[in-house]
Write a protein that binds this ligand. Structure first.
Ligand SMILES: O=C[C@H](O)[C@H](O)COP(=O)(O)O
Ligand SMILES: C=C(OP(=O)(O)O)C(=O)O
Length: 354
């Protein structure tokens, strides 16, 4: 009789994973792109820490599934924002990792062919390539870090990181954020409570020791120095409902100040704040503009889910998709997003002049 098996009983198969070093060697970061990333980080930090009067606008599809459509969006978004750059700093939402409520497509890295073939090495290549192209267009990128090691493959190309509502309470994500090189936004929890995000900002500001991967792919214990640029993102939630209104924003600003943090936050117009109706993002933006105009200084950033084509579509087998339409959360079209950004720019200008 053989030895009783106790290990890897539920691991069906394994494939080799490329190392971050090999990927960066194949897709290196050139000086021009590095400058775009670094300038983006610096500007976002300046705005969120209250030293730059502009507002950060993080805009783009819920998820990237078609790199060509994302880059098409990026070029049009950049051009549309050019006349507003005195008031609104544009950042492209470039999300590759999707946290699912139960199950579903988990993003371009996990399943780049959209068909359950899970070619993760291909997904990592595509993600890095997309981010290099976005930097070449001249836009800083924002992305959610979900897997705690994937950042090693592409974080050098990201100007703003997000920790999502489903992982904000997770210690390993707080450790990860403590070592990230860019400012990081922490969403309130899916129930809407902001205390967990404030705890996360405080935790990530500290140094941590945690296991990860070196660029060469070796397991290592890393020591972070702590991230002083953690910010709250209000996204509404199931128990509290939306939290973009004047009372909720003021309450959040007070809670940040009480925790000895900069009373500066970002409002996500989508998710719990739109109650998953993408068109309601316009209502959220109107309220934010009114608050900015009437002197609410805590609102330093907004997030909008937007793509070339309004709405969303089912993924099917991935072969018959409408170009430029989301396959995860429904988005506003870029055409319907630009007037909201113009409204925001006008509110920012007005608040500064008065
Ligand atoms: O942002 C995207 C979604 O809201 C998030 O991934 C959860 O999606 P799901 O509830 O459809 O799984
Ligand atoms: C999943 C997301 O948001 P949240 O964590 O707020 O649900 C997202 O922004 O893609």
């Amino acid at each position: 009789m053989g030895q009783t098996t106790t290990d890897d009983i539920r691991i069906g198969s394994a494939r080799p994973l490329i190392t971050p070093w090999v990927l960066a060697d194949e897709l290196p970061l050139a000086e021009g792109a590095a400058a775009t990333v670094a300038n983006g980080r610096r500007t976002i930090e300046g705005i969120l820490s209250g030293n730059d009067p502009r507002v950060v606008a993080i805009v783009g599809p819920c998820s990237v599934h078609d790199p060509a459509a994302l880059l098409d969006f990026a070029r049009q978004f950049r051009a549309a924002c050019a006349p507003m750059e005195d008031a609104v700093f544009p950042v492209l939402r470039v999300y590759f990792e999707k946290p699912r409520t139960v199950v579903g497509w988990k993003g371009l890295i996990n399943d780049p062919d959209l068909d359950g073939s899970f070619h993760i090495n291909k997904g990592l290549h595509l993600a890095r390539e997309v981010l290099l192209n976005v930097a070449d267009i001249g836009l800083p990128a924002a992305s959610e870090f979900l897997d705690t090691t994937f950042g090693q493959y592409y974080a050098d190309l990201v100007s703003f990181g997000a920790i999502g509502a489903r992982t904000v309470e997770s210690q390993i994500h707080r450790e990860l954020a403590s070592g990230l090189s860019m400012p990081v936004g922490f969403k309130n929890g899916t129930n809407g409570h902001i205390d967990v995000a404030i705890d996360a900002i405080r935790s990530a500001a500290h140094s941590h020791w945690f296991p990860s991967l070196t660029k060469e792919g070796t397991p290592a214990i890393l020591r972070s120095t702590g991230n002083p640029h953690g910010y709250l993102i209000l996204r509404g939630g199931k128990q509290t409902g939306p939290n973009y209104g004047p009372a909720a924003v003021q309450e959040a600003a007070v809670a940040l100040a009480e925790a000895a943090l900069t009373p500066s936050l970002i409002v996500d117009c989508s998710h719990g704040n739109s109650e998953k109706n993408h068109q309601r993002q316009a209502q959220v933006m109107s309220s934010l503009c009114e608050q900015i105009q009437t002197g609410q200084e805590a609102i330093r950033g907004v997030m909008l889910e937007s793509h070339l084509v309004e709405g969303s579509q089912g993924i099917g087998d991935g072969s018959e998709l409408v170009y430029g339409q989301s396959i995860t959360d429904a988005c506003l079209s870029l055409a319907n997003t630009v007037p909201l950004l113009e409204q925001l720019a006008a509110a920012v200008r007005m608040s500064r002049s008065g």
